[in-house]
Ligand binder design. Structure first.
Ligand SMILES: Nc1ncnc2c1ncn2[C@@H]1O[C@H](COP(=O)(O)OP(=O)(O)OP(=O)(O)O)[C@@H](O)[C@H]1O
Ligand SMILES: Nc1ccn([C@@H]2O[C@H](COP(=O)(O)O)[C@@H](O)[C@H]2O)c(=O)n1
Ligand SMILES: [Mg+2]
Length: 211
């Protein structure tokens, strides 16, 4: 017979990622390499949910949360928000999605992000999609993105490139050593990049209406 403790444990479990058996693909690459663009294509074809850490932080910033000003300052400076904040947002989005497979875009951004996510969620990514692109091309794309982002100005872009080189590339190296990185040449036109991306997802994952 189920006890009060059993049902409290069950409820607590439903509010955490424990025992959920979720599939996670981390989508990494420099600022403007095309992560968001390609994630939208993957969602259409393979039924994943797309969670952009940057988008979640921007939504949290605009929600009037107590962390709003801190997040705004960090984004303006191209700095990485403490993992605890970002992981809570990711966890909440995963639990609310109703899906069991996720593209986590722009996360982990540094070693702290990586280790904290693993410790808190116990999730090991299936693989890492890594978009490689030159700074010149990424800068061109960011400066013509026109989405009103406060960090798409040349001063912040330079800071974001520095953080990427110093803090994010080592995370990609970490996963490379584990044989988990699928590197994509992201300097090509969008559809050509997607042709390469497509090859990273097994056919079994194609949505029924795409067959
Ligand atoms: N292969 C491509 N060729 C040309 N332009 C592209 C390509 N991929 C994306 N873009 C454009 O470049 C800009 C940046 O793309 P996107 O927002 O997908 O990058 P991102 O990696 O998510 O950037 P960020 O890290 O800043 O969030 C957008 O305006 C997008 O339309
Ligand atoms: N794991 C992360 C991801 C993002 N940020 C902050 O958001 C900015 C924008 O991120 P995009 O992926 O949308 O480019 C980024 O420069 C960081 O300030 C973060 O702190 N941690
Ligand atoms: Mg993006």
């Amino acid at each position: 017979m189920a006890t009060v403790v059993d049902s409290a444990n069950k409820e607590a479990n439903e509010r955490t990622l424990a025992n959920k058996n979720f599939t996670v693909v981390f989508v990494l690459g420099g600022p403007g390499s095309g992560k968001g663009t390609q994630c939208a294509n993957i969602v259409q074809h393979f039924g994943y949910s797309h969670l952009s850490a940057g988008d979640l932080l921007r939504a949290e910033m605009k929600s009037g949360s107590e962390n709003g000003f801190m997040i705004q300052d960090m984004i303006k400076e191209g700095k990485i928000v403490p993992s605890e904040v970002t992981i809570k947002l990711l966890e909440r989005a995963m639990l609310e999605s109703g899906n069991d497979k996720f593209l986590i875009d722009g996360f982990p951004r540094n070693e702290e992000n990586r280790a904290a996510f693993e410790a808190v969620t116990g999730i090991e990514p299936k693989f890492i999609l890594f978009f490689e692109c030159s700074e010149e091309e990424m800068q061109r794309r960011l400066l013509s993105r026109n989405q009103g982002r406060e960090d798409d100005n040349i001063e912040t872009i330079k800071k974001r490139f520095k953080v990427y080189m110093e803090s994010s590339l080592p995370v990609i190296e970490y996963y490379k050593a584990k044989g988990k990185v699928r590197k994509i040449d992201a300097a090509r036109p969008i559809l050509e990049v997607f042709e390469a991306v497509r090859g990273c997802f097994p056919r079994g994952n194609i949505k029924v209406n795409q067959l």
